[in-house]
Structure formats: structure tokens, C-alpha cells
Design a protein around this ligand. Structure first.
Ligand code: 5GP
Ligand code: MN
Ligand code: MN
Length: 342
């Protein structure tokens, strides 16, 4: 992969009339925010644009306030033109789900992402692992395109930034992220509105699911590891959706002394794992051991194992990883030295 620059991607998009924008399976706020922000910017320039869902399943209803959400089309059911294919917030072909055939059939393909991964799926790739969210890159790209960023573009970009930084709390919250947030707010993104929609609008089932996960949580390695799990029966008993389980891991990581949090949940006949680190533990490396990936401090994977076996196998891997990282101080104990302003 040769990293191109965003200006080259802006040129390619300017030269194209019909564009599809895809994200990853189980799209999060950064994924949908990036897709819908870029779509809004390009539509403002008179382009024909469609936003695709990697899988034919409903996206997280908490994100339905994003302008354009109702027009998302499952890739498997899209039958319009797709000469230019853009993937945002996705590092691998495996994660674009049903959109692979559209990628392969496209004339030009583009990746804009912030995952630190080898990505070879597109003609033009821009990856910045230092960016707190992909929407930070889309915000810059929309500026290079000369698009009107006031309104929808700003709102969608802000939504991606506030979700991928865990409300400006995770380690990726740096000066550039806060500066971009300020620009987006000045361009009309209403921070309190986004927070209410995303963080104060959980379903009852989601909060009850969290109660179940907390009830059976195990603290290992002297309280450095918090691990829990949710079975298919838990979801059925509460009428909970996959998206309802997403906030659960934050409760585990919020415990004092916890360095790594892990939630395993039974989904679509497999086990989905989510990992979060509060210290220097590289949870993406743990996720890669199980065929997944992500960021140093936030990663995920899918295991084709019975849930109980997955709990044991992953638990062992976590204890090994935390034993290695336990020399490093918790980042909350020792804030990183500020780097020189740029
Ligand atoms: P989550 O736990 O919210 O599902 O995922 C956390 C982070 O890890 C996200 O940045 C997501 O893109 C990434 N991630 C989650 N699952 C996978 C996976 O199966 N493969 C890869 N490559 N990345 C993943
Ligand atoms: Mn994402
Ligand atoms: Mn992201």
C-alpha cells in the first residue's frame, strides 16, 4: 500500500459522477458519520451518491438522527451505478461484507481510514492512524473538495468524532481532535443534541443487558482484567439487538484498576469479542490472534467457538497480555507528556 494524500482523493472524487460509499459491518457512529458526511459534501457538489450498508441488517437506531440515515441501502440490494467505490473507516475486504462485489466491479476505488492496518483493497488509499476518527479525515477531505461543510457535514463529522473518542475521553483525544470538534461546532454541529441522541437514548433492553453483563462479570489478574459475556438467550429474553450490547463494555472499563475490558457475545451463530485497554496493552494484537483487529486501545474479533470455550480461551490470552503490560502505568495515573504544539 502506498499512502496517497487527501488532495489526490479529492481530485478523483471531483472527476467522478456516481459514487457509492461503504463502511464496515455493524457500523458505528464514526462509520456512518463518515459515510453520510462525505455523501452530504458530494451531493452538495452535484454528485450522484449512495451510502451502503455492508450487511442487510438494521443500523443502530441511536444513529438515526444522522441526516441521510433513512437512505442507507444494503449493498446486496443496491442496483444503481457504482463506478467509484469509497470505503471509509474499514481496513479490510472482510469488513465490507456484501459490498465486496461492488468494490471489485468499480472503476476507481478509494479508502479513507484511521485503522493502523495494511490495506491493499483500493486504488487510492489514505490512512492516518493518528486521526482520532475517520470523520476527522472526511472533514478535511470535504474542505479540500470545496464542499459546504455547514450543517449536515459538520453534524455527521462531529457524531463520528464524539463516538470514536468515547465522548473525548479515550487516549485518542488529542489537540487535533478537540480543534476539529471546535470547527465542527462552529459549523453548526450541536454537541448537546448529538449527546442526547447517542448517549441518552439507550433502549431499556440495552441497560438491562448491561445489568446482566455486570452481574456475571469476572475480575482477574488482581482486578486488571474485567471480562463478561452475553448469550443468545440473554438477547432473546430482553428483546435486545446487537447494537444494544455496544455500550456494555464501557461499564466494565470504567472500574478503577481495570486495564483491559472484554465482552463476548453470541451473535449470528458465532462469538463476537470487544476489547478495550486503559493502559499500554495492545488489544489490537490480541484481537489479531483471534482473526480480528482494530486499534491499540479498542479492537474486536469473531470466534467460531462455543461461548463457554471462547470465554476460557480469550480469558487466558488476556491474562498473558496484561502480565506483559503490567509494568506500564495506567494512562490515567500518569498523563502523557504534552507534545510540542504544531
Ligand atoms: P467494537 O468492539 O466496537 O466492535 O470494535 C472496536 C474496534 O475494533 C473498531 O475500531 C472496529 O473497527 C475494530 N474491529 C472490531 N471487530 C473487528 C474485526 O473483526 N476485524 C477488524 N479488523 N477490526 C475489528
Ligand atoms: Mn468504526
Ligand atoms: Mn473509526
Amino acid at each position: 500500500q502506498t499512502n496517497t494524500d487527501l488532495a489526490a482523493i479529492a481530485d478523483a472524487l471531483r472527476a467522478s459522477d456516481d459514487i457509492v460509499i461503504c463502511g464496515h459491518v455493524s457500523p458505528d457512529g464514526d462509520c456512518l458519520g463518515s459515510q453520510l458526511a462525505l455523501a452530504a459534501a458530494l451531493k452538495g457538489l452535484g454528485k450522484r451518491v449512495a451510502c451502503l450498508l455492508a450487511k442487510d441488517e438494521p443500523a443502530d437506531a441511536r444513529l438515526s438522527f444522522l441526516p441521510g440515515f433513512a437512505d442507507l441501502v444494503p449493498a446486496a440490494r443496491y442496483d444503481g451505478p457504482a463506478r467509484t467505490f469509497v470505503a471509509v473507516d474499514v481496513p479490510t475486504r472482510a469488513r465490507i461484507g456484501d459490498a465486496v462485489s461492488l468494490l471489485d466491479a468499480s472503476e476507481t476505488s478509494v479508502v479513507v481510514d484511521h485503522h493502523a492496518a495494511e490495506t491493499t483493497m483500493a486504488d487510492l488509499t489514505y490512512v492516518d492512524p493518528d486521526a482520532a476518527s475517520t470523520t476527522m479525515l472526511v472533514w478535511e477531505l470535504a474542505g479540500l473538495l470545496g464542499a459546504d461543510r455547514i450543517g449536515d457535514v459538520a453534524l455527521c463529522c462531529y457524531a463520528g468524532l464524539v463516538t470514536d473518542t468515547g465522548r473525548f475521553q479515550y487516549q485518542n483525544t488529542d489537540a487535533a481532535a478537540l480543534r476539529a470538534a471546535s470547527e465542527m461546532a462552529a459549523a453548526g454541529a450541536d454537541a448537546a443534541f448529538v449527546s442526547r441522541a447517542v448517549f441518552q437514548s439507550r433502549s431499556e433492553a440495552s441497560v438491562r443487558l448491561e445489568g446482566v453483563a455486570i452481574g456475571r462479570m469476572r475480575l482477574e489478574a488482581g482486578g486488571a482484567i474485567a471480562q463478561s459475556w452475553l448469550s443468545r438467550e440473554d438477547f432473546e429474553a430482553l428483546g435486545a439487538t446487537k447494537a444494544d450490547a455496544e455500550p456494555v463494555i464501557d461499564a466494565l472499563r470504567s472500574i478503577a484498576g481495570v486495564r483491559v475490558a472484554c465482552v463476548l457475545r453470541e451473535q449470528d451463530g458465532a462469538v463476537r469479542g470487544s476489547l478495550r485497554a486503559k493502559d499500554g496493552t495492545d488489544v489490537a494484537a490480541i484481537a489479531r490472534r483471534f482473526g480480528g483487529g482494530g486499534h491499540v486501545a479498542a479492537a474486536g474479533f469473531t470466534l467460531e467457538l462455543p461461548l463457554s470455550e471462547a470465554v476460557t480461551t480469550v480469558g487466558r490470552a488476556l491474562e498473558e497480555a496484561v502480565a506483559v503490560a503490567s509494568q506500564a502505568p495506567l494512562s490515567s495515573d500518569a498523563p502523557a507528556a504534552p507534545s510540542a504544539p504544531d
